[in-house]
Design a protein around this ligand. Structure first.
Ligand SMILES: Nc1nc2c(c(=O)[nH]1)N[C@H]1C(S)=C(S)[C@@H](COP(=O)(O)OP(=O)(O)OC[C@H]3O[C@@H](n4cnc5c(=O)[nH]c(N)nc54)[C@H](O)[C@@H]3O)O[C@H]1N2
Ligand SMILES: Nc1nc2c(c(=O)[nH]1)N[C@H]1C(S)=C(S)[C@@H](COP(=O)(O)OP(=O)(O)OC[C@H]3O[C@@H](n4cnc5c(=O)[nH]c(N)nc54)[C@H](O)[C@@H]3O)O[C@H]1N2
Ligand code: SF4
Ligand SMILES: [Mo]
Length: 737
């Protein structure tokens, strides 16, 4: 009997529904089937969206067992009947061209269709050969924040406990590492404190490096529902769509936020606009913080940020007057060489004014991908399950006991970060890489360097729902994955709310749910015995409940998927024995934090200069980010929808101020070359006052853009600083032939 047959047989015993080898290999059947047994062929069922971290719920309408259309769920506490263009078009990427329908292996330089058995054999044989020759650490993986928590947990357990891989990181490093690190250091746990109701109850909303209108449109809708005529302050070097709708826009020099918020802290202290009693009772390190920020006078901040003193004073005025002040940040803070300390400067403002643990307040990191939070807590990459530490012997023992495995399977060291994995490949220390649900050849910083690095691998395995991505093009093995809508599990959104995804469509061809791919690999590797209990996403959910018990992210009180569905999503924590009293819950209402002392920490550093300042040859500063609400990252999914394609420019563009355009003789729509010390790309000129003279902005959704970006990282979080590097612009027609 072949390994695959054996697996089929074992799964047959383990699973609720029947599963045979025939089913396993029949196109579109394994693990996906038709509409699962629990859904009727003509019903409507709801599930959370698979794009951004807002976590809207969508009602999916089935006809004859097929998902035919959707409408936003009206009763769900997140979106209240609303969805953005991506949500409305969420089913389109499933049926678009480019879907990976069969496993591929490179033979004679060409990716060739093979059976699942051959693909898994090839991967296992090559990975094991690498480990044998160069050591266990020579194989690594790069994961994602876009798989359900159960799949992420399985990957983390399989990779680290089963395959002996030490280094596994995710695209959440590009995105959320800074917020996670900032929270962990300040609160003792990676715990965003807010609930979306805070958007509506706040009277002062401070948005820092966050363009909600484009990146989180339904969160912005929640802001618009606020009945308290809130002050909305946007801190962003660009006049974004969100800035245009705000009551106050401050456009500081990029990465000068740290200095700005130190100056705001100083001003509030000097004015006596802080809560001394709360500081004494709930925090530590304030005196040192105060001493540090005293050097950041308004005069100094004005010089460093390019804002006027009166602008900074005006910001302090609205904060001082506000009764319910909330601070929200996204990539304008996280993707910076000093992101962690900048996030902590916002946390410090919230702490010193007691803008936390009360309705309408908080130092709130808005997450990015649909399951960034699930990845942060349960992916077993940078943290051992449920925010534990690999270096802590007690934590390793707890996890080993809960999982019923030998403690020796658990690595004693934390994984290298994404950029360190890349550097180890360059150094010849990592020889095989497994990439799951992320597209680094497009999205990673300094792309030409990355492509060179990836080409040095002995074996690159790409597991994706499409086989035409920029990364799949470099792969030795492609494993075809089922997508959102074709499998089950849970996501955790920005406000810590678990939501369910369901199987409402067949995966094409032989594509399998990532969950089942991991099962096949476990079987092929010979470590499936460790994962006997990991038989289905729901079974893994029960395991995660046990792993979370007694941790800040305790979900042991959530019965199952049905309970999550009925409650309209459930926010962690919900320990066993506690009943859900509200579906809008925030953390730290009692002024106790997760640190050893129970107190929140003030943390600070001296601001550091930009890693790459503009200079004579490259006089402009390039900012990057999201371009439109209809484009998702590297566009592998959104480009399959004709509707979404029509809502965004089809080619790369660069926003340039009229002042710079005039000086360079650039007219609107001109083809221009944007050049950094690392590469040169062509783009259309979009001449607009929304960027300041001296700055340009480019959206990340186009293939070539990251050829320009500069590899700089936050020292604490190791998150890449995508949002500032030096470039020059020239008319394409004037380039040498
Ligand atoms: N439509 C759409 N929505 C998305 C995504 C998508 O690809 N498309 N991606 C999702 C993901 S994973 C993420 S992480 C989020 C990202 O969501 P956001 O962080 O809101 O989006 P970005 O455009 O990357 O960056 C936000 C802003 O930071 C500003 N910025 C740059 N440098 C600085 C600085 O030094 N200081 C300040 N204060 N601001 C600065 C930029 O000008 C930009 O307007 O969006 C999520 N939502
Ligand atoms: N210049 C610049 N670069 C940036 C940023 C920026 O602001 N500026 N932002 C960064 C940020 S915040 C992020 S989050 C990253 C995002 O970067 P990536 O993670 O590389 O972007 P995606 O396009 O979301 O890639 C997800 C991949 O997973 C595949 N996929 C989708 N669903 C499934 C599934 O269920 N299973 C499997 N196996 N595959 C699936 C998709 O087809 C796609 O290839 O980009 C970063 N890059
Ligand atoms: S806002 Fe985010 S979660 Fe809501 S529909 Fe749009 S992409 Fe989906
Ligand atoms: Mo992100």
């Amino acid at each position: 009997m072949s390994k695959l047959q054996e697996l089929g047989k074992r799964l047959l015993v383990k699973r609720d529904g029947p599963l045979t080898r025939e089913l396993l290999l029949e196109p579109g059947r394994f693990g996906l089937g038709l509409v699962p047994e629990r859904l009727a062929p003509d019903q409507t069922t709801s599930m959370v969206c698979g794009f951004c971290s807002t976590g809207c719920s969508l009602d999916i309408h089935l006809k004859d067992g097929k998902a035919v259309s959707l409408t936003p769920a009206v009763e769900y506490p997140v979106n209240l009947g609303m969805a953005c263009p991506k949500g409305w078009e969420a089913l389109a990427p499933l049926t678009g061209p480019g879907r990976a329908t069969a496993p591929l292996v490179k033979r004679k330089g060409k990716l060739t269709q093979v059976s699942w058995e051959e693909a898994i054999d090839e991967m296992v044989t090559r990975f094991k050969a690498v480990q044998k020759k160069y050591g266990a650490e020579a194989v690594a993986w790069l994961g994602t924040g876009q798989l359900p928590t159960e799949e992420l947990a399985f990957l983390g357990a399989l990779g680290k406990f089963g395959m002996g891989i030490v280094h596994g990181d995710g695209n959440t490093r590009q995105c959320m590492a800074t917020a996670a690190t900032a929270y962990k250091q300040a609160f003792g746990f990676d715990a965003p404190p807010f609930t979306y109701d805070d958007f509506e109850t706040s009277d002062t909303i401070v948005l820092v490096g966050a363009n909600l209108c484009i990146a989180h449109p339904i969160m912005w809708e929640r802001v618009c529902k606020n009945k308290h005529s809130p002050n909305i302050v946007v801190v962003d070097p660009r006049r974004t769509e969100t800035a245009m709708a705000a009551t106050m826009h401050l456009a500081p020099r990029p990465k000068s936020d740290l200095c700005l918020f130190y100056a705001v802290a100083r001003e509030l202290i000097v004015r006596g606009a802080i809560d001394e009693a709360y500081i004494a009772q709930a925090t530590e390190g304030f005196d040192e913080y105060k001493a540090h920020v005293m050097a950041f006078t308004l005069d100094r901040a004005a010089r460093d940020t390019g804002l006027s003193e009166s602008q900074i004073r005006a910001l302090c005025d609205v904060i001082e007057k506000g009764k319910r002040v909330s601070y929200w940040w996204t990539m304008g803070v996280n993707q910076s060489h000093q992101g962690t300390r900048t996030a902590q400067a916002l946390i410090a403002l919230a702490l010193m004014t007691r803008s936390i643990g009360r309705p309408g307040t908080g130092a709130n990191s808005v997450t990015g991908q649909c399951n960034a939070m699930g990845s942060r807590i349960f992916s077993n990459t940078t943290a051992l399950f449920a925010g534990r530490s690999f270096e802590n012997a007690d934590h390793r023992r707890e996890v080993a006991e809960i999982l019923g495995i030998d403690e020796a399977h658990i690595p004693r060291q934390v994984s290298l970060a994404y950029d360190q994995i890349i550097e180890k490949i360059l150094a010849g220390k990592i020889k095989a890489l497994w990439v799951i649900a992320t597209n680094p050849a497009h999205s990673w910083i300094n792309q030409n360097h990355l492509k060179d690095v990836l080409s040095r691998l002995d074996c690159l395995v790409v597991q994706d729902m499409y086989d035409d991505t920029e990364t799949a093009a470099l792969a030795d093995i492609v494993l075809p994955a089922a997508a959102w809508g074709e499998k089950e599990g849970t996501f955790i959104n920005s406000e810590r709310r678990l939501g369910v995804i369901k199987r409402v469509a067949r995966a094409p061809g032989q594509a399998l749910a990532d969950f089942h791919i991991f099962q096949l690999i476990a079987e092929g590797w010979g470590c499936a015995d460790l994962f006997r209990d990991w038989s289905s996403p729901e079974a893994v959910f029960q395991i995660l409940k046990r792993l979370s018990r007694g941790r800040p992210c305790d979900i042991s009180g959530i019965e199952d998927y049905v309970a999550i569905d009925h409650a309209g999503g459930i926010q962690w924590p919900l320990p066993e024995g506690e009943t859900l009293t509200s579906n809008q819950r925030r953390l730290f209402e009692d002024g106790r934090f997760f640190t050893e002392s129970g107190r929140a920490q003030f943390l600070f550093s001296e601001p550091a200069p930009l890693p790459e300042e503009p200079n004579d040859r490259f006089p402009l500063l390039l900012l990057t980010g999201r371009g439109s609400s209809s484009q998702w990252h590297t566009q592998t999914r959104t480009k399959r929808s004709a509707v979404l394609r029509r809502l965004a420019p089809s080619e790369l563009y660069v926003e340039v101020s009229p002042v710079d355009a005039r000086q360079l003789g650039i007219a609107p729509d001109d083809s221009v070359a944007v050049t950094s010390p690392r590469g040169s790309v062509l783009a259309r000129a979009f001449v607009t006052n929304n960027v300041q003279p001296g700055h340009v902005f480019m959206p990340m959704h186009y293939e070539t853009m990251n050829q320009l970006t500069f590899s700089a990282f936050d020292p604490y979080s190791r998150q890449p600083a995508y949002k500032a590097c030096a470039v020059r612009l020239s008319k394409a027609s004037e380039l040498p032939a």
